[in-house]
Ligand binder design. Structure first.
Ligand SMILES: [Zn+2]
Length: 412
């Protein structure tokens, strides 16, 4: 059995049209008109593939295929939200491949032993509300009320409000939760978003671990003063403290080592005028490592550095909000072996690797055995309009995933 590359291509191209920034990449934030349009397309295609389609309390689209037994369920899928001006493959590739696998099983009239759910998640990127991994965390029961009310988009719309406007009830979020005993396994196919597979000429990456990440929103408050009349020793310059934190984030990641990384990727200086001492600075901090102890050390040392930077000048203070806290995940050796066997049987090259990007799989791994397959990203580019994966490569991943899902769903 194999997947149909033409249908995969068509789905990718169709979904790429549901963007808020036509001709400037895919911008598909959660609970927006673009989300609605893409969601309707996915639901239609799932129905045509013979799936029973529903949506959970977090807005995840679920297409279910009955098995010979009621459960546990084999799940596969990915997310269909995007970053601002992102590409057509990040997340969407895994959703499309899952839909194609559903079509192939339907065409072959296969009833597997265990049921299979094909899922399309949202707000993985945190593009709109700054958190991320939202749909999978809802499945794991990790979404809090504080987050629903406290995480807002740039227009000040909270997650809860956006959900309500979209027709979902945020108070019902716990209904999205799945119990470990309901699940047999979780599979995700995703583009690598890095250069390793392409540069080595390897078709597939079999992920053994996914980095943990902690992301923060920091606000440093100083005092806006006249840039000409306020003596240099009498200022409370919020940007001065912030810039020290930026330097420290890099230094701390280097000290911790072992592939640990830290990034300040977004900053806003207020009131934002050339002749005013910065009174307030807002910025993000993103810390990652695949080792839990290293991630903890990064976080503690960053927080100490922030405190230190704000204690140097009188009149400086800060607030720190955690936007995302996801532990590093070890994925299933057993599922990885099933996938490796399938790749070998089809003559497709594969290598074991670590994912430096966060994925829904790392949350699903807290519920069930989980596996993540990477397909090559051209030039390693991602989160940009140029993001590309050759359809022939995507088909290789889809075929291997089809075989692996079938093996697990048949209880082999
Ligand atoms: Zn993604």
């Amino acid at each position: 059995m194999e997947t149909n590359v033409q249908r995969i291509k068509q789905d990718i191209e169709q979904l790429a049209q549901f963007t808020a920034t036509p001709k400037e990449g895919v911008t598909r934030f959660s609970f927006t008109p673009e989300d609605r349009a893409a969601r309707n397309y996915i639901k239609d295609e799932m129905q045509r593939a013979g799936l029973a389609v529903s949506e959970d309390a977090a807005g995840t689209v679920i297409g279910r295929r009955q098995g010979q037994v009621e459960g546990p369920t084999v799940m596969l899928g990915s997310h269909f939200d995007s970053v601002k001006h992102g590409g057509a493959f990040d997340g969407t590739a895994g959703v499309v491949v899952a839909m194609e696998i559903a079509r192939v099983l339907n065409e072959h009239n296969i009833t597997t032993h265990y049921p299979i759910e094909f899922i399309a998640m949202i707000e993985e990127e945190g593009g709109r509300f700054g958190g991320g991994l939202f749909a999978s965390r809802a499945m794991a029961g990790m979404v809090t009320e504080e987050e629903l009310i406290g995480h807002c988009d740039e227009a000040g719309v909270s997650l809860a409000q956006a959900m309500r406007e979209f027709g979902l009830d945020p108070a019902n979020i716990k209904a999205a939760q799945r119990r470990p005993e309901e699940l047999k396994a979780f599979f995700e196919l995703h583009v690598e978003q890095g250069p390793i597979l392409e540069s080595e000429g390897t078709a597939l990456g079999l992920v053994e671990a996914i980095v943990g990440l902690k992301t923060y929103q920091v606000k440093i408050t100083g005092r806006p003063d006249h840039a000409g009349t306020t003596p240099i020793h009498m200022r409370a310059d919020a940007l001065l403290a912030a810039s020290e934190v930026v330097q420290q984030v890099r230094q701390i990641a280097r000290d911790v080592g072992g592939g640990a990384v830290g990034t300040v990727g977004k900053m806003e200086v207020l009131p934002g005028a050339s002749n005013i001492v910065p009174g307030e600075v807002h910025f993000t901090v993103d810390l990652r490592s695949h080792r839990e102890s290293a991630l903890e050390e990064l976080s503690q040392r960053f927080q100490a550095a922030l405190k230190e930077a704000c204690s140097k000048e009188e009149g400086l203070s800060y607030t720190l909000t955690t936007k995302l806290d996801a532990k590093p995940a070890q994925l299933s050796d057993q599922l990885r072996n099933v996938i490796a066997e399938e790749a070998k049987a089809r003559g497709i090259s594969a290598k074991t690797m670590i994912s430096g990007a966060g994925h829904d799989t790392q949350i699903m791994a807290t519920l069930t055995d989980a596996a993540l397959i990477f397909v090559p990203s051209k030039g390693g580019r991602s989160h940009c309009p140029e993001e590309w994966t050759d359809y022939a490569d995507l088909k290789k991943g889809a075929d291997v995933l089809l075989g692996a899902v079938l093996a697990v769903a048949e209880g082999k």
